[in-house]
Design a protein around this ligand. Structure first.
Ligand code: F6P
Length: 348
């Protein structure tokens, strides 16, 4: 569908933590907007910071070639929250006003915000302020409400699985308990999927309350069954003392109770870096192209989403401020339990 009257001008930004697939999404938006709908596209630097400070680049179609496979984001990102309430309970009117001014002065017809939960919340507030906004969900945590999956997740699972596969050899050779801490402050999707794909023996996620004695019983039980090594996959957001990481806490506690040698690995930002998997490239591209289509059709205040592998648009009003957590009854969890995988809550 070609736009009959004037070419629209749209803005795009990437906000929050980076993840694989951001450039694929920028490319998906940009190419579709330019080639199919004859729009002009500008990219804001460093997330909402660029929108506040009016820092942007014009994105021509040629600049969108060759970025599909690149990790990170060519636009840069930040955790800037323009509606943030300060410690006195006031929120600065200044930044939202600057954003509205810049949006108007740049002649924008719409803005696409690519990000996670925080970004969708801000996107919704901008929509309430009268801007035409479309959200695209990304995060390795896979915890954006309203969609079955975010891009970045599949790539992070792959990186984490490769890492856990390698830990198996040391666990086995040295007869140790190897603990690996993965990202996920609130949601355990990454630990659950990577743990299951890599044959983790114990998987601890924020949504399921674990008991360290139960974890240790599982490890001791494995010893009795002639399996003198274990792999424990831990999400960073599980309950643990503030002065140490979740992985350190679990490693120390296991050693204290079982006296078995433990080693811990914190995978950290490696799981957020590098080139996206083919699945993430496809998902980010689909989201990007669909976001451009939504703008062309005049559908605003929406987040593009995937439900049962079909693209859909969910009102930002419904998404903002919510999290998509792992349900304790999630089928993969019950299947895992039936195979003897522990979630640290079985043995008591
Ligand atoms: O991208 C999501 C996430 O990876 C969380 O799992 C993690 O806790 C957080 O970002 C940390 O990111 P940063 O240090 O960039 O704020």
């Amino acid at each position: 569908m070609k736009l009959p009257k004037r070419a629209k001008r749209i803005g795009i930004l990437t906000a929050g933590g980076d993840c694989p697939g951001l450039n694929a999404a920028i490319r998906g938006v940009g190419k579709t907007a330019i080639v199919e709908y004859g729009m002009e596209v500008i990219g804001f630097r460093a997330g909402f910071l660029g929108l506040v400070n009016n820092e942007y680049i014009e994105l021509k179609e040629s600049q969108l070639s060759g970025i599909l496979t690149l990790g990170g984001t060519i636009l840069g990102t930040s955790r800037e929250k323009p509606f943030k309430i300060d410690k006195n309970g006031n929120n600065s009117k200044e930044k939202p006003e600057l954003i509205k001014e810049n949006y108007k002065n740049l002649g924008l017809d719409a803005i696409i915000c690519i990000g996670g939960n925080g970004t969708m919340k801000t996107a919704n507030m901008l929509s309430r302020e009268g801007l035409n906004v479309i959200g695209i969900p990304k995060t390795i945590d896979n915890d954006v409400w309203g969609t079955d999956v975010t891009f970045g997740f599949d790539s992070a699972v792959q990186i984490a699985v490769e890492a856990i596969d390698r830990l198996h050899t040391t666990a086995n050779s040295h007869q140790r308990v190897m603990i690996i801490e993965l990202m996920g402050h609130h949601a355990g999707w990454l630990a659950l999927y990577a743990g299951m794909a890599a044959g983790g023996d114990i998987i601890l996620i924020p949504e399921l309350e674990y008991n360290i004695r139960s974890v240790c019983k599982k490890i001791e039980h494995r010893y009795e069954e002639n399996k003198p090594y274990s792999i424990v996959v831990v999400a960073e957001g599980i309950k643990h003392p503030k002065n140490m990481t979740a992985g350190t806490h679990i490693a120390e506690a296991i050693h204290t109770y079982t006296e078995i040698e433990t080693r811990e690995t914190v995978l950290g930002y490696i799981q957020r870096g590098g080139s996206p998997t083919p699945n993430d490239r496809i998902l980010a591209t689909r989201y990007g192209a669909f976001a451009a289509q939504c703008i062309a059709e005049g559908r605003f205040g929406m987040m593009v989403a995937l439900k049962d592998n079909r693209l859909s648009a969910v009102p930002l009003e419904e998404v903002g401020g919510k999290l998509r957590l792992v349900d304790p009854g999630f089928p993969l969890i019950s299947k895992a339990r039936k195979m003897g995988v522990s979630f640290g809550d079985e043995y008591l």
